[in-house]
Design a protein around this ligand. Structure first.
Ligand SMILES: Nc1ncnc2c1ncn2[C@@H]1O[C@H](COP(=O)(O)OP(=O)(O)O)[C@@H](O)[C@H]1O
Ligand SMILES: [Mg+2]
Length: 309
């Protein structure tokens, strides 16, 4: 049986005035995956997110969360969602902890104290949680926002441009948290960004959106992605010897000699075997990397380099 999608976007369209902002978008997001909305500024990412969390109505189509349409039973559906749209609201002169307590009180039935400690731990703010938010770095505020969005144990977490304004270390931290959240807690995470390098590192799958239209969905990890690899580069200390070794064991395998290594047409498993072979033959294997058209190439082709911020 196929796993039930956490989020289903079905033929969603949005027009404002005469402008088509979102045009017939359809896709699904599953538990435990980090799913990206990638598109240049103005592509419609925020609009789509606003519709998912009920801040804006769609003109056509439907959005389902755990199989429940947000049109019919919004309360029921939105219970499963935690989101940060634009900047999370924080009281700068209160501590991180007091911000969370304040927010926790807004949930019907409340949030147990233990859950607050749990989310604080989860986002790595334990040591600073009693300090005022104004002393926090942007990355810490972002993490506090994530903690806030996670309080009620959502199974779908949506973050609009979460890395905006973060430095590289902050981005990396957030990325690691999100990946861990998805993997360990099975939460489906949706993030939007106009920066493909980030999405490439953070997401399992990416929907490329341009002018409100779905251009493509790319699988970046998992079996599908690995199987699709058809060539690998091996950086070694003696490329000519490496070439000879590979040709000896498999004369039919095309090997391209490069100044710093060899390139071989092979899938992931075969490539791993070749790596072992080279090492066993006494060569220094510095790197081994898949060579396929990167998401960047595809993204550039689709959007035109001028549109990349
Ligand atoms: N309330 C609105 N009224 C009119 N146009 C809007 C409104 N909100 C967004 N837009 C337009 O919709 C398009 C998509 O915007 P947005 O969803 O913010 O894109 P993104 O988040 O991908 O940068 C833009 O052209 C924007 O100008
Ligand atoms: Mg936006």
């Amino acid at each position: 049986m196929e796993e039930q999608a956490v989020l289903e976007i079905r033929h969603v369209s949005k027009t404002i005035g005469s402008k088509k902002i979102i045009q017939d978008l359809s896709f699904e997001v599953y538990p435990g995956e980090v799913f990206g909305f990638l598109g240049p500024n103005g592509a419609g990412k925020t609009t789509l997110i606003r519709m998912i969390v009920g801040l804006m109505k769609m003109n056509k189509g439907d959005i389902l969360i755990h199989g429940q349409t947000i049109k019919g039973r919004f309360e029921e559906a939105i219970r499963h969602v935690g989101a940060i749209v634009e900047n999370p609201e924080m009281y700068k002169f209160l501590s991180g902890k007091r911000n969370l307590l304040h927010y926790a009180r807004m949930f019907p039935g409340g949030i147990p104290q233990a859950r607050i400690s749990e989310v604080v731990e989860l986002v790595g703010l334990k040591n600073r949680i009693n300090e005022k938010v104004k002393t926090y770095s942007l990355g810490m505020r972002q993490r506090l926002g994530v903690a806030q969005a996670l309080l009620h144990r959502p199974s779908l977490l949506i973050l609009d441009e979460p890395t905006n304004g973060l430095d590289p270390a902050g981005i990396r931290e957030l990325r690691d948290y999100l990946r861990r959240l998805a993997r360990e807690e099975g939460i489906a995470i949706v993030v939007s960004s106009h920066l493909l390098s980030e999405m490439e590192l953070m997401c399992d799958r990416v929907a490329i959106i341009q002018q409100g239209k779905l251009i493509d969905i790319q699988n970046l990890r998992g079996e599908g992605a690995a199987e699709a690899q058809t060539s690998y580069f091996f950086e070694v200390n003696d490329p000519a010897v490496a070439q000879a070794i590979v040709q000896e064991v498999d004369p039919a395998l095309p090997v391209v000699l490069r100044p710093d290594g060899i390139e071989i047409s092979a899938g992931r498993e075969r490539a791993a075997d070749i790596g072992t072979l080279l090492v066993q033959a006494g060569l220094r294997l510095y790197t081994m990397k898949p060579l396929t058209q990167s998401l960047e190439d595809k993204f550039l082709k689709i959007t035109g380099s001028d549109q990349i911020a």
